[in-house]
Design a protein around this ligand. Structure first.
Ligand code: THU
Length: 132
């Protein structure tokens, strides 16, 4: 797995946050992640007049992951408007779980945590194996 440059991830998350479209909540979010093969992918939240259709920053990040070659996420960093670390919401923890590399790490308000720590006992692709 590539070395984790947390500073580079923070900077990419802040840059993404500055692109957020948040006319309703006024709460910009930026997310960035390091892929197993050393790329940095990122995303910002994009809101909608139909509030429930809002796309979290992590949604855009997962899109960027696929559009830039796919692969798995080794490390993740999410920030708010002040650049402070933000915990991914519950739904987005599930989104990230799908594409986690083994031992994926997240910068959290409690320091570095693993995916398994922030989404314990998760439902995932493994649960569907041999059932399709
Ligand atoms: N938001 C994200 O983009 N990611 C999260 O993990 C938490 C919440 C966004 C959604 C909405 O645009 C704004 O933050 C306020 O909830």
């Amino acid at each position: 797995m590539a070395d984790i440059d947390w500073k580079a991830l923070e900077e990419a998350a802040v840059a993404a946050m500055r692109k957020a479209y948040v006319p309703y909540s006024k709460f910009p979010v930026g997310a960035a992640a390091l892929t197993e093969d050393g790329r940095i992918v990122s995303g910002c939240n994009v809101e909608n007049a139909s509030y429930g259709l809002t796309l979290c920053a992590e949604c855009a990040l997962v899109g960027d992951l696929h559009m830039s070659g796919g692969g798995r996420l080794a490390a993740f960093y999410c920030v708010d408007a002040e650049g402070a670390v933000l915990m991914p919401c519950g739904r987005c923890r599930q989104l990230l779980y799908e594409f986690r590399a083994p031992g994926m790490q997240l910068m959290t308000t409690q320091g570095i945590r693993t995916m398994d720590q922030v989404l314990p006992d998760a439902f995932g692709p493994e649960n569907l194996e041999d059932k399709q």
